[in-house]
Design a protein around this ligand. Structure first.
Ligand SMILES: [Zn+2]
Length: 175
């Protein structure tokens, strides 16, 4: 996917995730407090998620594209950062959604296990990044991501406690 697609995906994901964290459709009462909480969650997530979503394609200039910065060890570094240095919370969400969009939404895959293996993994759902359908595919992929996240948040476990603890738990697992 191109830069425009990744930014579109990250912004929509931050908006949707902010909404999911703030609003429970089963017992929602619109109040000024809930409007402030929504704005706060969207602001908290949007910049880190957009930055994370832009990062992997830095490997078009440094290293091998879709390999050097498109793999699980790089994601592990972003998960470890908040644990070790206490910063870059939520940037991993942008990196993770970049990988999902490249694998699901575009023709070429990514080398998930690089540098252990140069094999690129892909799903047969993608369209060419230059395709006129690229934006539609990006929106569809984002809606699917948000549907999965909403399902987890409303029916399995609360993401607002676990977004930060997921960072902690996943980071601890990976280092
Ligand atoms: Zn990419």
């Amino acid at each position: 996917m191109n830069k425009k697609g990744h930014v579109l995906n990250a912004i929509l994901l931050a908006l949707g995730l902010g909404l999911i964290l703030t609003v429970d459709p089963r017992n929602f009462q619109p109040t000024t407090d809930s409007a402030f909480a929504l704005a706060e969650n969207v602001a908290m997530l949007s910049l880190p998620v957009v930055l994370g979503a832009l990062f992997p394609d830095v490997d078009t200039a440094f290293g091998k594209h879709r390999k050097t910065l498109h793999n699980l060890p790089v994601l592990a570094i972003f998960l470890a950062f908040p644990l070790i240095f206490g910063n870059l919370q939520y940037v991993w969400i942008g990196v993770a959604t970049h990988y999902v969009l490249d694998m699901v939404g575009s023709k070429r895959g990514i080398a998930l296990f690089y540098p252990l293996s140069p094999q690129e993994y892909d799903l047969p759902t993608g369209v060419a990044t230059s395709s006129k359908y690229a934006d539609i595919v990006t929106v569809v992929v984002t809606v699917a991501e948000l549907a999965v996240l909403a399902g987890i948040h409303y029916y399995l476990f609360s993401l607002d406690t676990s977004l930060s603890s997921a960072t902690t738990a996943l980071g601890a697992l990976m280092i």
